[in-house]
Design a protein around this ligand. Structure first.
Ligand code: DON
Length: 563
């Protein structure tokens, strides 16, 4: 009898340890309270893949790897192996880590590659098709994360392989997404692709991706070489050669991840740990927090005309600097120390006057005397590790090209370079020679995976997609929690707004308070109502109150899971 009970107990334990969602029947969970092991991501099946690893004895890094791989299968618009990303982490031992696995320009790329004979930009070329892709960094990034993880890579990739091979039920949003993208997939791919079918997709339909499953299996079997060399690399290069692309075998073999020094700075008794260049995100976040603090943002009520105006003016200045000064620090000199210094920012915001709108046409970068689609994951584990990853194909479904035979979508990250000084990219961001294309160079990003520490312990893990709206959304989430004391749920779900110098427009989500919009308009601002800004995944750990709250953004299928 005793023996019988023991066996049952073991069976139940094993079953729980490997509990996994039914891929054909799952719901989204939006909030988690007081769990110690948490994964928040854009898709329930990806959050679940991460939690499976935590339950198998892995840590937050194991979960980050498994969740990214699962996203490449279940959230193909942004989750990826054909793109790139950034990881910011704070380990249980107190180390702060920044991994840069951003795409790079291929060796035969050049500054004028998206210009016609007359020097005019052919904008679609950097956005769609094989020539739009940078050399992917994600798979190398996952292997650079592995030394911090505990489980074998073969275990971490297993859920993704299973989901690709056996399929899963698509959500209503995904069905609509595939239907809307049908024409553009057909235009950019000669072969049949898994996301296109003759009759319209509907919620609950199964997506099976056998070619992607085989690619993931090669990565499982051969590690880095399963992607950057051998069969997969050959498939990538064949697709490039047939379609006017330029990524070569040596581009793939030479790709390297860069371990960066995190950008760390103090804010009202907290330490913000975030991504340095080649993301502009950390610099913009730091500039915004410091400039708005100088003008006492916290004293201006949440969503009031005065608070929106102050933030808008700070954003105008930060984005003017972005356009003028920022680029890949391994290629161009960027005056980072000055750009984030208290003295410089004090001068920058000095002209701000409440009630008086600035103008982008007469706002330039500061003078320094010195030589939709992305996705974010926030994770914590009970041991005290916190991981924030933002990863991207750039646009939704990247370059809209799927590597023939390998079944994965390639990025269109080349559009994040400045194709010509003053010509806006797909997010309206402008740049100059600092962000011009050069072989092996990383394109400037806005991705801002961020960890906020209190007494050297994780307090917030936060990040979002959204192109240039990323740093302004991360900024709003941080001040919503720290300055406005909103609940984590409200900090994420309350409507957001955005300004980026050019165009000279304040964008607001459609549920932004109308009185504030009216007041700003009366004052002289151009206010444009737009769709969703960001899909923020937030974890807040309050050691004083002994509470943990995690929030998956209401704006999508985002999901939080834990135990
Ligand atoms: O790195 C960047 O800043 C962009 N490629 C991010 C694109 C993005 O967030 C699209 N998401 N909606």
């Amino acid at each position: 009898m005793r023996f019988f009970y023991t066996i049952i107990f073991v069976a139940i334990t094993v079953n729980q340890a490997t509990a996994q969602l039914n891929p054909y029947n799952y719901n989204n969970i939006k909030l988690s309270d007081d769990q110690k092991n948490i994964v928040v991501s854009a898709h329930a099946l990806a959050s679940d893949a991460g939690v499976q690893m935590l339950q198998l004895g892995g840590n937050a890094f194991d979960a980050a790897i498994a969740t990214q791989l699962a996203l490449a299968v279940v959230y193909p618009g942004a989750g990826n192996i054909g793109g790139g990303g950034f990881l910011v982490a704070h380990t249980a031992k107190g180390e702060n880590i920044a991994l840069d696995y951003r795409e790079v320009a291929p060796a035969s790329a050049n500054k004028d590659m998206y210009l016609d004979d007359k020097g005019n930009p052919i904008t679609l070329l950097s956005m769609q098709g094989h020539l739009a892709s940078g050399v992917p960094g994600t798979v190398a990034g996952l292997f650079a994360t592995l030394p911090y993880a505990k489980l074998p890579f073969t275990t971490l990739i297993a859920p993704a392989i299973k989901l690709a091979k056996e399929g899963f039920a698509v959500t209503a949003a995904q069905a609509a997404d595939f239907n809307n993208s049908k024409a553009v997939f057909e235009k950019n791919n000669k072969q049949p692709v898994a996301f296109v079918k003759a009759i319209a997709w509907k919620a609950g339909d199964t997506l099976i991706q056998p070619q992607l499953a085989a690619t993931l299996q090669r990565i499982s079997d051969f590690g880095l070489k399963g992607f950057y060399e051998g069969t997969t690399a050959t498939m990538i290069v064949n697709a490039m050669q047939k379609n006017n692309g330029i990524i070569s075998l040596s581009d793939l073999k030479n790709y390297t991840v860069k371990k960066r020094v995190v950008m760390k700075f103090g804010y009202k008794g907290y330490d913000i740990v975030t991504m340095p260049l080649p993301s502009s995100g950390g610099i913009i976040l730091q500039q915004l927090l410091k400039m708005t603090a100088l003008k006492n943002l916290a004293s201006k009520p949440f969503q009031s005309t005065a608070s929106v105006q102050l933030i808008t003016e700070a954003e105008r200045l930060a984005f003017a600097d972005r356009a003028e000064y920022l680029g890949d620090p391994d290629f161009v000199k960027v005056p980072v120390t000055t750009l984030v210094s208290d003295g410089y920012l004090k001068k920058r915001i000095a002209n701000y006057t409440e009630g008086k709108p600035g103008k982008s046409s007469n706002t330039t970068a500061g003078i320094i005397k010195e030589s939709e689609q992305t996705t974010h994951i926030s994770i914590i584990d009970a041991a005290g590790n916190a991981v924030a990853v933002t990863t991207t194909l750039n646009d939704h479904f990247g370059s809209k090209t799927i590597i023939d035979g390998a079944g994965f979508i390639m990025n269109n990250e080349m559009d994040d370079f400045s194709v010509k000084p003053g010509v806006p990219n797909m997010y309206g961001a402008i740049g100059n020679d600092k962000n011009a294309i050069a072989p092996g160079k990383r394109m400037l990003s806005s991705m801002t995976p961020t960890i906020v520490l209190k007494n050297n312990q994780p307090f917030m893990v936060v990040g979002t997609p959204g192109g240039t709206t990323i740093p302004t959304s991360v900024f709003q989430t941080i001040v919503n929690v720290i300055d406005y004391k909103l609940s984590p749920q409200n900090a994420v779900n309350q409507p957001k707004f955005h300004h980026q110098w050019l165009p000279d427009v304040v964008y607001v989500e459609n549920d932004y308070p109308q009185t504030t919009i009216n007041n700003l308009t009366k004052m002289g601002y151009t206010v444009t109502v737009r769709g969703n800004i960001g899909r923020t995944e937030l974890i807040v750990i309050d050691n004083k109150q002994k509470t943990v709250h995690a929030v998956a953004d209401k704006r999508g299928d985002d999901d939080v899971r834990g135990y």
